[in-house]
Write a protein that binds this ligand. Structure first.
Ligand SMILES: [Zn+2]
Length: 290
């Protein structure tokens, strides 16, 4: 090798080396994980997910374990920052010390804004993940199906009836973030795939009549969740953010009527309509009247 070539190679390596820190400064892949409880492995009864229930502590630990499995799967796919939103009840179910990895931010407690189960989402995320989710109110063959609270009969936007995973996917879509994975019972995974397209899912259980369910052991569910989240995050560029063209018209049907939100219209017994070009304002109206 001539001295000139050797010097040129050394120079090239020095230039590459100088740019390496720039590459390292590229934003780390960040994922948003919203975690509910009704769709966790083994959960079949309201008492399983109620702080006063006999086995709440057990299912709370399973909630943390499924969350950790999702984080590990996303890490394997290259994610280095994780925001976890506790999305059940008063949102104080996940115990901070139960989350294993570094790089995890936990959002706990009820929030006042329209995002609710998606509190903390913005355009900095590469993917959104739903763990422990359940089907919407009125879904047949579903476990603990409901929409937001026991008062909602149906919630639709622009004629599309939406489960929590549907309108939460719309919130993510507002920021261009695709939902890449969801875990829950079979009814939930079927419902979200028909709404969101070919996202990765794990059905951890299915209803087999009455209040009975047949399901995976928590360890098996966690292994499948980790692998499914990894595939989903790797495949994120192929998945479209869930969006609807505005303006957004919601129709909300409830059992007990609440005071009318400003600009909303009562269209029948327990039925309300509200239209806005701002999806978050529609969710404000939903949260006020649900
Ligand atoms: Zn819940």
């Amino acid at each position: 090798m001539s001295k000139l070539i050797a010097t040129s190679i050394a120079l090239c390596l020095a230039v590459i080396g100088a740019y390496a820190p720039l590459r390292a400064q590229q934003a780390a892949l960040k994922v948003f994980i919203s975690v509910d409880m009704e769709g966790l492995a083994g959960v079949v009864a309201g008492t399983d997910v109620s702080p006063t229930g006999r086995d709440y502590a057990h299912f709370r630990a399973i909630m943390a374990a499924e969350t950790n499995a999702a984080i590990d799967g996303a890490f394997a796919a290259g994610a280095r920052e994780f925001v976890v939103r506790d999305s059940h009840g008063d949102k104080t179910n996940l115990l901070p010390g139960d989350l294993n990895r570094t790089g995890v931010v936990l959002i706990r407690g009820a929030s006042t804004g329209p995002k609710n189960m998606m509190e903390g989402i913005d355009a900095s995320f590469g993917a959104a993940i739903f763990i422990g989710y359940h089907a919407k109110a009125g879904t047949p063959n579903a476990i603990l199906e409901h929409t937001s609270n026991g008062n909602v009969i149906d919630f639709s936007i622009n004629g599309v009836s939406l489960p929590e995973g549907g309108y939460n996917a719309l919130v993510a879509g507002l920021y261009g973030v695709p939902v890449v994975f969801a875990a829950g019972d079979r009814a939930l995974t079927d419902q979200l795939k028909s709404l969101l397209g070919p996202i990765e899912t794990v059905a951890v259980k299915e209803e087999i009549g009455g209040d009975a369910s047949r399901g995976l052991s928590p360890r098996d569910a966690q292994a499948l969740i980790g692998a499914g989240v990894e595939r989903g995050v790797r495949n994120r560029a192929q998945l479209k953010p869930f969006k609807m063209a505005g303006p957004f018209t919601m129709v909300l049907k409830v059992r007990q009527e609440k005071p009318l939100y400003k600009g909303a219209e009562r269209t029948g017994a327990g039925e309300f309509k509200f239209t806005s070009p701002d999806l978050l304002d529609v969710l404000n109206a939903f949260n006020a009247m649900k």
